[in-house]
Design a protein around this ligand. Structure first.
Ligand SMILES: Cc1c2[nH]c(c1CCC(=O)O)Cc1[nH]c(c(CCC(=O)O)c1C)Cc1[nH]c(c(CCC(=O)O)c1C)Cc1[nH]c(c(C)c1CCC(=O)O)C2
Length: 342
C-alpha cells in the first residue's frame, strides 16, 4: 500500500528524483507559523495543543508538497514529562533546572505517557488529515542529546557539562541514559500506534564525543531504543541522525540497527556514497547554502544528486532550516530537486 515515495526510499529502493523533506520544516521562517505561534502563547503551549500542532505540521506540506511531514513537537517534551521543568526563552532557547546525580532516581516514570497524550493525539489527527502520498514521521531525541540539555539546563557549544558528568559519575550517567532510552522507546511505539509511518532519532550532539564515549553514550542507548521498538513494531523504518559523527558514521548503522542514516553536511559525499551501499541515507545540504540561495544552493543540490542520486536517498538538509531563510529559496530547492534529470 506504500505509494509513499519516502517509505520506498527507506525500504531501499532508488527513485530519481528522490523524495524530499526538510528538518525543522515547520518553523519561524514561515509567516503562517509565526502567526500561529503568537496565538498559541508559549512554544510549549504550541507543542501540547493538537489543534495548533496539527496546523503548523501541515503548513509546509501545503506550501511545498514535501514527501514527508514531521510531527510538530520537541525532543525536550520527554524530560518535561519526566518531571523536569522546561521553558523556551526568545533568543536563548530551552532552559531547564540543571539535573544533579540525586535527581535521576526522582524522575517521574509513572504517568509519562498520560502527560504526552496530546502528542499522540496530534499524530492521530495528522495521519487522518495528511494527503495519502505524504508520509508521517514521528521522532524523539537520542538519550545523549536529551541528557546534554537536562544536565547543563540549556544549550552549550560543546556539551562540556554533560561530558564532565558522564566521566565523573559514569554509573549515574548510565542510569540516566537507560531511563531515557526506555521512555523514548515507548514514546516512539505510541507515536507509531497513533499513525507515524517512520520515526527519526535526533542525536544532534553526537559530534562532540571521543570514540569510547560515542559508543557508550550515543550508540548503545540508541541501539536499546531500536531493539525495544523492533521487538514490538518490527516493520517500521527508523532513521538515526548522529549529527557530526564524521568517521564514526561508518559503524553506526550496524551497531544501532537503524534503517537509514541521517547525514550532516560535513560528511564528504564520497563517504556518503559508501554508507549508501549499505542502506538508505538522508541529507545533507548545508542549511547555509539554502539561506544564501542562488549558485551556492544550486551547486549544493546538484552535487548531492550527482553523487547520491543513483541509490536509496532522501533529500534533506544536513540540519534544521534557519529562521532567516527566505521562503523563495526553499521553493527553489524543491524545484531543483523535483526537476532534476539524470
Ligand atoms: C536539539 C533539538 C531541540 N529540538 C529538536 C532538536 C533536534 C534537532 C536539532 O538539532 O535541531 C527537534 C525538533 N524541534 C522542533 C521539531 C519539530 C519538527 C520539525 O522539524 O519541523 C523538531 C524535530 C521544533 C522546534 N523547536 C524549537 C523551535 C523554535 C521555537 C519557536 O518557535 O520559538 C521549533 C520550531 C526550539 C528549540 N528546541 C531545541 C532547541 C535547542 C531550540 C531552540 C533553538 C531554536 O529556537 O531554533 C531542542
Amino acid at each position: 500500500m506504500t505509494e509513499r515515495k519516502f517509505l520506498e526510499a527507506l525500504s531501499g529502493q532508488t527513485a530519481f528524483p528522490p523524495p524530499i523533506w526538510m528538518m525543522r520544516q515547520a518553523g519561524r521562517y514561515l509567516p503562517e507559523y509565526r502567526d500561529i505561534r503568537k496565538k498559541a502563547g508559549s512554544f510549549l503551549d504550541l507543542c501540547y495543543n493538537p489543534d495548533f500542532a496539527v496546523e503548523v505540521t501541515l503548513q509546509p506540506i501545503r506550501r511545498f508538497g514535501f514527501d514527508a511531514a514531521i510531527l510538530f513537537s520537541d525532543i525536550l517534551v520527554v524530560p518535561h514529562a519526566l518531571g523536569r521543568d522546561l521553558r523556551f526563552e526568545e533568543g536563548v532557547g530551552p532552559l531547564m533546572t540543571p539535573l544533579g546525580k540525586e535527581d535521576i532516581s526522582a524522575l517521574e516514570i509513572t504517568g509519562v505517557h498520560e502527560r504526552l497524550a496530546p502528542v499522540y493525539e496530534t499524530v492521530r489527527r495528522l495521519r487522518r488529515e495528511l494527503p495519502r502520498e505524504t508520509a508521517l514521521i514521528g521522532f524523539c531525541g537520542a538519550p545523549w542529546t536529551v541528557a546534554t540539555y537536562m544536565i547543563a539546563g540549556r544549550g552549550t557549544p560543546d556539551q562540556a557539562p554533560a561530558r564532565l558528568f558522564g566521566h565523573s559519575s559514569p554509573e549515574a550517567f548510565a542510569h540516566l541514559l537507560d531511563r531515557l532510552a526506555a521512555c523514548s522507546a515507548e514514546y516512539l511505539i505510541r507515536q507509531i500506534d497513533a499513525g507515524a509511518d517512520a520515526v527519526q532519532i535526533f542525536d544532534s550532539w553526537a559530534g562532540v564525543l571521543d570514540e569510547a564515549s560515542f559508543h557508550a553514550w550515543c550508540e548503545r542507548p540508541v541501539a536499546e531504543i531500536v531493539r525495544r521498538v523492533r521487538e514490538r513494531r518490527p516493520t517500521v523504518p527508523i532513521i538515526g541522525f548522529p549529527k557530526g559523527a564524521g568517521m564514526l558514521y561508518a559503524g553506526y548503522r550496524q551497531t544501532t540497527g537503524v534503517t537509514a542514516l541521517g547525514l550532516d553536511w560535513t560528511l564528504p559525499l564520497a563517504e556518503a556514497r559508501r554508507l549508501q551501499a549499505e542502506g538508505p541515507i538522508q541529507g545533507n545540504l548545508d542549511p547555509m547554502r539554502l539561506l544564501a540561495g542562488g549558485r551556492a544552493l544550486e551547486e549544493g543540490v546538484d552535487a548531492i544528486l550527482a553523487t547520491l542520486g543513483g541509490g536509496p536517498l532522501i533529500f534533506n538538509l544536513g540540519h534544521g532550516v534557519t529562521p532567516e531563510t527566505p521562503v523563495e529559496h526553499v521553493e527553489a530547492m524543491v524545484r531543483r530537486v523535483r526537476e532534476a534529470v539524470r
